[in-house]
Design a binder for this molecule. Structure first.
Ligand code: ZN
Length: 100
C-alpha cells in the first residue's frame, strides 16, 4: 500500500494498471458511458480496466462492446517521452510501484 494514495490517473496517456488483473494496460480505449456501465461492474466504474478484461466481461454479458470503441496504444517508451515533455508522474518519482 506504500505510495498508493500518490498515484494519479488524471493523465490518460500514462501506463495504467488494471484493477481486475493487475497487468499494465498497454492499449487504452474509450467507449460510450452506456457501454462502459453495461460491461464493467459498478464498483469499478471509476477504475482502470484493461482491454482484455473489458472484452471478456463484455462477451460474458452479451454486450456489443465494439460498436463505438476507440483505441490508444501506448508503448512504455512513448509514455516515457510524453512524461518528459509534461510533468513527471508522481509514482514514477518513487520508482516502480511493483518493482520489476
Ligand atoms: Zn485486466
Amino acid at each position: 500500500m506504500v505510495n498508493e494514495s500518490r498515484r494519479q490517473r488524471s493523465n490518460f496517456s500514462s501506463r495504467e494498471i488494471c484493477k481486475l488483473c493487475y497487468h499494465v494496460n498497454a492499449v487504452g480505449f474509450k467507449v460510450p458511458d452506456s457501454t462502459w456501465r453495461s460491461v464493467v461492474p459498478r464498483r469499478f466504474w471509476d477504475d482502470i480496466v484493461c482491454l482484455s478484461c473489458f472484452t471478456r466481461l463484455g462477451d460474458e454479458k452479451g454486450v456489443p462492446w465494439d460498436e463505438r470503441i476507440e483505441f490508444f496504444p501506448v508503448s512504455l517508451e512513448t509514455n516515457r517521452r510524453d512524461a518528459n515533455g509534461q510533468e513527471m508522474l508522481e509514482y514514477e518519482k518513487g520508482g516502480s510501484p511493483h518493482g520489476d
